[in-house]
Design a protein around this ligand. Structure first.
Ligand SMILES: [Zn+2]
Length: 115
């Protein structure tokens, strides 16, 4: 299922940890809508500006998956409001200066962004 032109629900739900541990990573309609918003307002404009595909390292996490990966309790990942994407030159600064965000964290090799 497409969330926006270039992003799918499947890539937002995919998780190696979930597969290994047999966690279903179920999402509800409200959380899907939040993902649509994140894709439309942040990820698509970022992709468009840099003309580069964006790999989703981690998108939505149900409570069980979030706990399994050691995520912060009430992480925006559990609400469909956050994504972790690889660090590329210019991406962090572009999000900071030009795109809406509630959280923007430099994690070293990746960027955590939430809306
Ligand atoms: Zn994150």
């Amino acid at each position: 299922m497409k969330l926006s032109e270039h992003f799918t629900l499947e890539e937002m739900l995919r998780s190696e940890t979930a597969e290994k541990k047999g966690i279903e990573n179920r999402i509800n309609a409200v959380e899907v809508n939040n993902l649509v918003r994140l894709c439309t307002k942040v990820l698509e404009p970022l992709r468009e500006h840099f003309h580069q595909p964006i790999h989703i390292n981690s998108g939505f996490r149900c409570q069980a998956l979030n706990a399994a990966v050691g995520g912060a309790k009430d992480s925006y990942h559990t609400k469909g409001r956050a994504a972790d994407i690889p660090m590329h030159p210019g991406w962090l600064a572009y999000i900071r200066d030009h795109l809406p965000h509630t959280e923007l964290i430099n994690e070293g090799t990746w960027i955590h962004v939430a809306l």
